[in-house]
Design a protein around this ligand. Structure first.
Ligand SMILES: [Zn+2]
Ligand SMILES: [Zn+2]
Length: 160
């Protein structure tokens, strides 16, 4: 499925081919909440990095989060791309998985398929005021679950 996206001020537009366009994975970690998730969580999709086309690249900023947890202090390998003009969160690229790019569902203008089920991840980092709107059948995890975006789509018969 071809996804088209943009930031709010339209300085950055992009398109990318996605086999995992279903917005089911809600991440409640502090990085997602602060950089992309005013309602408490952010949703990333899975897409094919080689097909990513961007206009307005000069407006892109990249943020690599500082992480300080039980594994120690380090810089995240995840490169969070955003628009320097309007601040919209656009996508995450991590060279650890060079063939993948993870657009934020919030930046996508193409209508996305509604997920039959949601996964609520990193609930251990959730802010106290954030209500987890879990429906029956949803999966909830304190940490990052051992389920890839691709595996979830296959399990739900949504290989697109
Ligand atoms: Zn913008
Ligand atoms: Zn997160």
């Amino acid at each position: 499925m071809l996804l088209e996206g943009s930031c709010h001020c339209q300085a950055v537009r992009f398109s990318v081919e996605s086999h995992q366009p279903c917005p089911f994975m809600r991440c409640y970690c502090s990085i997602c909440r602060k950089t992309a998730g005013g309602g408490g969580y952010a949703i990333n999709l899975g897409a094919d990095y080689r097909t990513l086309k961007v206009t307005g690249r000069r407006h892109l900023g990249v943020y690599q989060a500082r992480i300080d947890d039980a594994r120690g202090r380090r810089t995240s390998t995840g490169q969070r791309h955003f628009c320097k003009r309007c601040g919209s969160a656009l996508w995450l690229y991590d060279p650890t998985w060079p063939e993948l790019v993870h657009p934020h569902a919030s930046a996508i203008d193409t209508p996305l398929p509604a997920p039959p089920q949601a996964v609520h991840a990193m609930l251990g980092s959730r802010a106290g005021w954030v209500e987890v709107a879990a429906r029956p059948g949803d999966d909830c995890f304190e940490d990052w679950p051992d389920v890839s975006l691709a595996a979830w789509h296959e399990r739900h018969g949504l290989r697109l």
